[in-house]
Design a protein around this ligand. Sequence first.
Ligand code: MN
Length: 426
Amino acid sequence: MPLSANDPKRQTWLEVPNQSDFPIQNIPFGVFLTRDDIITIGTRIGDTAIDLGALHQLGYFDGIDLTDDIFLQDSLNDFIADGRKTWRLVRNRVSDIFLTDNPALRDHQEHRNKVLFSMDEIEMQLPVDVGDYTDFYASKEHATNVGSLFRDPENALLPNWLHIPIGYHGRSSSIIPSGTPVRRPVGQTKPGEDGKPGFGPSRLLDFELEMAFITTASNDLGKHIPIEEAEDYIFGLVLFNDWSARDIQAWEYVPLGPFLGKNFASTISPWIVTLDALESFRVEGPEQNPQPLPYLQHQGPKNFDIHLQAIIQPDDGQENVVAQSNFKYMYWSMAQQLAHHTVNGCNVRSGDMMGSGTISGPTKDSYGSMLELSWRGQNPLKLNDGSERKFINDYDTVILRGYCENDEVRIGFGDCSGKVLPARKL
Ligand code: MN
């Protein structure tokens, strides 16, 4: 099926600000509360939110096989479960409705009043009910940096890393949408000289600059997803801040890996940008040496050129870009991650979320966490108000942004932001 919605020549009758993340070529999917306190599935063009439930009730999706209530839901899980053909039909149709020359909705004021909202009239919700969340560790630069800091610079990359897309099962209950405050976690830390573990608010609170992909139901338990089919089961991507308490993590992670240092909050951007919308931005990933096992080998470009930024904004202060990275630096592609995840017969469901792991690039300004940027506090970052940061302070807001851009079109993700609040009283 052609991705007509991707045509860079398409223009819309809605107003789209210059450099918007959401031109008519994007058509992401999200869930929001309307001004009438109704929850609905929607999309966004420019700064206009579009109620897909209302559009469907008014007959704008006639001819597409959809249940009556598919968009009148508090999550995208059922729509995602309908599969890629339906996603494409709906995305193409939404694009058609808003084409400059299409008068059907454009000239129907009564319908427009039911369908269109300004962004300040709505409240974004979590787009999916995340059943299972997995976090990978797919950036070689990040794994090397963390291995150097936590263990041994001489053997930074463990022997399995170049053969396996390393991951762990995270926790989905604490995944929150952009804008939700994050309370500084409390926990145990490494013993000091008295041999007793510390306990209190984390002093090394960090962000992780990641992206996450959302799957549709793909394989039954016991079956695997062959790598050449893996992308068929990826609905889309969000920005993902995998907040991390490095002092809690350092004490707890041996032998089973991250636990309370990671599961107190993970922030996502609320609009899921479809894999289809990113089609023009495919690029080859880093060269893989040694060659992976056959079940992880694929042909053609499977990485995506998505510019990523991490920003710290002190309370009432200015934004400071502290990292500029790119999703293309991922050593293991999403297809490889999904093929690996299911090779043992593990089943994946609609609305599952797979984090990439921190995306660090090759240069010091492209590292995707404060742990790496400040080299565990040895080189504090100077902000433009003169203050310094080794890690994240109370009342700092961390914002992740991401976008793809070529000569014709820019596709972005909007903000993934969260403000840190002081720890609860002990
Ligand atoms: Mn992570």
